[in-house]
Design a protein around this ligand. Structure first.
Ligand code: CTP
Length: 428
């Protein structure tokens, strides 16, 4: 990917050297556009050597190349790290008085901003308003870390570590948008971008496996794709994400952004325990795992053997309903999303069964798909209806209906959650 890294003038500019190195290790092309002040902290030769590209800061450098438009146009992702309060204010106001801000104004690529400043500046109403403006426009803002700042002070305002910036930026580029409107157009990078900033999200994914003996289990065909897409979308929207992963298709966990914590589990009882622990701190719980409703009553210590030519029966006991348990124990303000794959029959449609399940489970949203025609498991394109509580006449409404990839569904679900949760102050 062609990435433009804008570097503003703050002490944290030195961390941008590691961001360049990491992006290049991952195979990306990086053009660094420092502000004039950034060059007081880190010299142009450092940026040139690390990026392997020439570095300019002024719109009047190399005028023949029309850099102030070209750099923004060519970018597939534009990151500003660190972004000072001043640069953020300029971007929010649409100023273009240097190459960095001109590039931000001309790009149609996803924009990621990693602010770094003193705590007072971060909490100043002007900065708060500017950050809100950027987020409304779909800019992905990575909240600063809390810690030691340049002087003896400490608090929110520290630039997150390069690994985290890179993971956040690449996730934003991936899950963020296919939108090509200009940054100021107000069209759609906003759906997921930054909208879950500061929220803690736990997502369960994949299919649980219930052991019969040391080598056999009862399982299901869930690929885990939808849950993983949700974890990525929530991460791209600025959330801190824990993925509780039951069995998922091979390779799906390999290239997750480094910032997503993965807790692997096997059985429904494992899932119940992991979710209960994660729920203690979660603001949002998304139960996308395909949970086995039953497990063998007994787990054999040794491999089960055939006896003669007789068949065999396995006694099953019911598993706990993890989602219902989480709803029953929910903390005030905790937002819970369930999933349901339903089939219709002669008595009721799949939609009617889904509505009944929504009422029964008590989640805030239920994302349901009709799997009558075996369309959902493992496929990339899916059709879903998001059910939500209605007000007044109807107690359940279709908050959204869409057909698309599992990434599209994930972004829509994240956007629906973001619309319905109480906004929080943007602190790390
Ligand atoms: N779920 C759960 N624990 C279970 C079963 C399901 O937490 N033992 C969750 C799933 O992760 C999903 C939602 O509940 O978010 C609905 O799953 P589904 O299998 O459709 O629900 P069931 O209650 O098992 O209903 P059914 O009897 O129709 O299978």
């Amino acid at each position: 990917m062609r990435i433009v890294l804008g570097v503003a003038g703050g002490i944290a500019a030195y961390k941008s050297a590691h961001v360049i190195r990491r992006l290049r290790e991952l195979g990306h092309t990086v053009t660094v556009v420092p502000t004039a002040d950034a060059l007081k902290f880190v010299g142009a030769p450092t940026f040139e050597a690390l990026s392997g590209q020439p570095v300019t800061t002024d719109v009047f450098d190399e005028v023949d190349k029309v850099n102030h438009v070209r750099i923004g146009h060519e970018a597939e992702l534009l990151i500003v790290a660190p972004a000072t309060a001043n640069t953020i204010a300029k971007i929010a106001a649409g100023l273009a008085d240097d190459l960095l801000t001109a590039s931000v104004l001309t790009t149609t690529a996803p924009i990621v901003v990693a602010p770094a400043m003193h705590t007072e500046m971060w909490h100043n109403p002007a900065t708060v308003a500017n950050i809100a403006t950027l987020r409304e426009r779909g800019v992905h803002v990575l909240d600063p870390a809390v810690g030691r700042l340049t002087g003896p002070d400490s608090g929110p305002g520290r630039l997150p570590e390069p690994e985290e910036i890179v993971a956040f930026a690449l996730a934003a580029a991936e899950g963020g948008t296919t939108e090509t409107g200009t940054a100021g157009s107000g069209t759609d990078r906003t759906d997921s971008a930054g909208s879950l900033s500061g929220k803690r999200v736990v997502v369960s994914a994949g299919g649980t496996r219930e052991a019969l003996d040391p080598v056999r289990f009862l399982g299901n065909r869930s690929s885990g794709k939808q849950g993983i897409a949700l974890a990525r979308a929530a991460f791209a929207a600025g959330a801190r994400v824990e993925l509780v992963a039951a069995h998922v298709d091979s390779g799906l966990l390999a290239d997750l952004p480094a910032g997503i914590t993965v807790t692997p589990i096997e059985s429904t009882l494992d899932l119940q325990a992991a979710m209960a622990t994660a729920a203690e701190h979660a603001d949002i719980i998304i139960m996308a795992a395909a949970v086995a409703d039953f497990r063998p009553a007994r787990l054999a210590d040794a491999k089960l053997k055939k006896s003669g030519d007789e068949g065999m029966s396995i006694e099953l006991v019911q598993n706990p309903d993890v989602l219902a348990g989480l709803v029953a124990d929910r903390r005030p303000g905790q937002f819970i999303v369930g999933f349901a794959a339903e089939t219709g029959d002669a008595a009721h449609s799949a939609h009617e069964y889904a509505e009944a399940k929504f009422r029964r489970k008590g989640a805030d949203l239920l994302v349901f798909n009709d799997v009558s025609a075996d369309r959902a498991f493992g496929h990339d394109v899916t059709e879903v209806v998001i059910l939500a509580a209605g007000d007044g006449a109807s107690d359940v409404v279709d908050a959204a209906t869409l057909a698309g990839t599992k990434d599209d569904v994930a972004q829509k679900v994240v956007a629906e959650i973001a619309r319905r949760i109480t906004p929080v102050e943007s602190t790390p």
